[in-house]
Design a protein around this ligand. Structure first.
Ligand SMILES: Cc1cc2nc3c(=O)[nH]c(=O)nc-3n(C[C@H](O)[C@H](O)[C@H](O)COP(=O)(O)O)c2cc1C
Length: 255
């Protein structure tokens, strides 16, 4: 497999750096091809710029969606086009980051903002004019997995934990970005209590990650409901007969 490992941590000698090094080594030993986007090392600019927006003189307001014109014309910033090519080459995409304020570090969010432009990440049209998203899109068929460390302990992200369940916490990333763009999202790898790890804890976390890395090709994805699978009405509201009386993010996963 060809794997794209997207990594956001400023310190290579961190816990995340050690886990990243171990995972990439394992993948290569197992015969996979690995490409990496080490966002801090690349000094990735996370800020969407006016140039990224493209320029449509016929429009009154400049909007981010004009970026599709730049995409179509091959006029995107070279660093954006390069990241899109890495994604297109990948069979599996891994996002690894420490949880910062319930989310990914800004540098990684800015990678998504700038790389997943209209015509690539969203606003992708099927031949019948419908929009390809939530289970379909340019990245359809690829696998994706989040590897996240957090200072809090594991029970804080259990179903009744104070941070919400892990599925809910990661819903914007796993459902709103990875599944939205078409990818099959594998269950996340969580490294909890990451600020107080003993050597034994680290060994267990590394071994867990190695196992999950080995399952990248075969593990069962989260069963998010696809937009066009029949579960939603024309307004993309879950049909009344499915999980009646239930609400919230969990209803968008088949159980
Ligand atoms: C800016 C910042 C925000 C953080 N936000 C959270 C958080 O929302 N929840 C949490 O459990 N830990 C949080 N943490 C703790 C980190 O997730 C933790 O330090 C990290 O995963 C440890 O991995 P590292 O040693 O590789 O950095 C935060 C840390 C920082 C620096």
């Amino acid at each position: 497999m060809n794997i794209l490992w997207v990594y956001a941590h400023p310190e290579p000698r961190s816990l995340n750096g050690a886990l990243r090094d171990a995972a990439l080594k394992q993948l290569r030993v197992d015969g996979h091809t690995v490409e990496q986007s080490d966002l801090y090392a690349m000094q990735w600019n996370p800020v969407v710029t006016y140039e990224d927006y493209g320029h449509d003189p016929t429009k009154r307001f400049h909007v981010a969606s004009a970026s599709s014109a730049a995409l179509a014309a091959g006029a995107q910033a070279p660093e954006i086009a390069a990241e899109q090519q890495k994604l297109l080459r990948a069979d599996a995409v891994v996002l690894q980051f420490p949880l910062w304020w319930y989310s990914m570090p800004a540098i990684m969010k800015g990678w998504v903002d700038r790389v997943f432009v209209e015509g690539f990440g969203y606003g992708v049209r099927a031949s019948d004019g419908s929009t390809r998203r939530y289970g379909d899109g340019v990245l359809a068929g690829k696998r994706a997995m989040v590897v996240v460390s957090m200072g809090g302990s594991e029970h804080t992200v259990s179903p009744r934990g104070i941070s919400g369940s892990l599925d809910e916490l990661l819903y914007p990333i796993q459902h709103g970005i990875l599944f939205y763009t078409g990818m099959n999202v594998l269950p996340p790898v969580l490294v909890a209590s990451a600020d107080r790890m003993t050597d034994t804890d680290y060994a267990a976390a590394e071994s867990d990650l190695m196992q999950r890395v080995k399952g990248l090709q075969t593990d069962e994805p989260i069963r998010y409901r696809s937009q066009n699978g029949g579960d939603y009405d024309r307004r993309f509201i879950l049909r009344e007969n499915i999980d009646a009386d239930e609400t919230g993010m969990r209803i968008h996963t088949e159980r």
